[in-house]
Design a protein around this ligand. Sequence first.
Ligand code: ATP
Ligand code: MG
Length: 326
Amino acid sequence: MALLSIKDLFVGYRTIMGTLHVLDDVNLEINKGEIVGIVGESGSGKSTLGQAIARVLPGNAIASGSIMVDGVNLLELSEKEMENYRGTTVFMILQNPFTSLNPVKTVGYQLMEAARIRMERSGEKYSEDRAYEMAIQALKDLRFPDPEIIMLRYPHQLSGGQIQRVVLAMSLILRPKILIADEPTSALDVTIQAQVINLFKQLSKEMETAILFITHDISLAYVISTRLVVLYAGRIMEDGDIESVIREPMHPYTQGLIAGVPDLSKFVSGKIKLQSIPGNPPSFLDLPSGCKFHPRCPYVKDICKVQEPKLTRVNNRIVRCWLYGG
Ligand SMILES: Nc1ncnc2c1ncn2[C@@H]1O[C@H](COP(=O)(O)OP(=O)(O)OP(=O)(O)O)[C@@H](O)[C@H]1O
Ligand SMILES: [Mg+2]
């Protein structure tokens, strides 16, 4: 059975301009130990998807459908019930990691608190010395040269990249079953980025953590992921094993994304020339009829303009496109 099973997820945002129907018909199953890259252009709904799973959507959001973990629909839990799942069942590294930290507590306090939560939920007796040790080790893993000093700092005394690393350290201490990492390396140097990728791979291998790695950078997704999910206008357009999606993208949007990446284009056997997808993603206030990608699609047919294709399994791939029967 899948660790995480999302069925018919819909997320809208209420605004003064009306409700934005952002995520629609999101269906996704994720197994233990999978690292799923979630890619798509800015505004495609990547963070919204992560926030829905972690139940940290903003107040104006409305969600329906189901997000099942261990037989429990997270969407149906009360805020209080959800507290038992936060951190160890599901933990999200937010795109703005500063908001994950308490501004009036030291880094050390917050990392030791994460250690306490992990120990208590795994039935281990809390030990302050052990919590301190775990916090220091996690900071060392994130390449802080002076972890003891960082422990005494408050969040506002850290740089953006340091904040990002502290929240990454917190995720390593918590060892959640499902880790959602929203652009977790955006403020990091390449060497530290490589270290984070290694730590994530180690976490998924040793603890069977399922990781949703949200990024706009498809080459970064390629390096870390075992699977790739492509979002466009809040819809999953393609979902499959990373190697096969990158080598043989089926959806025209995925083909466009890959063709726009210089380093990746060499993987696609010269079939596709480096180019950017013409046009822009649509506004959620004025989504096109039919397939949401049809105004930009080089293969558009009549049916694409009137009817939205459904997610369809084609061999080992899931794709939403009339080229494959819709
Ligand atoms: N609280 C909110 N209220 C209204 N609209 C919102 C809210 N949060 C996000 N949106 C809108 O929902 C859409 C999806 O946003 P989201 O942040 O999920 O995209 P994203 O793929 O993470 O983009 P990026 O790559 O820029 O981080 C966007 O059109 C955004 O403007
Ligand atoms: Mg985002």
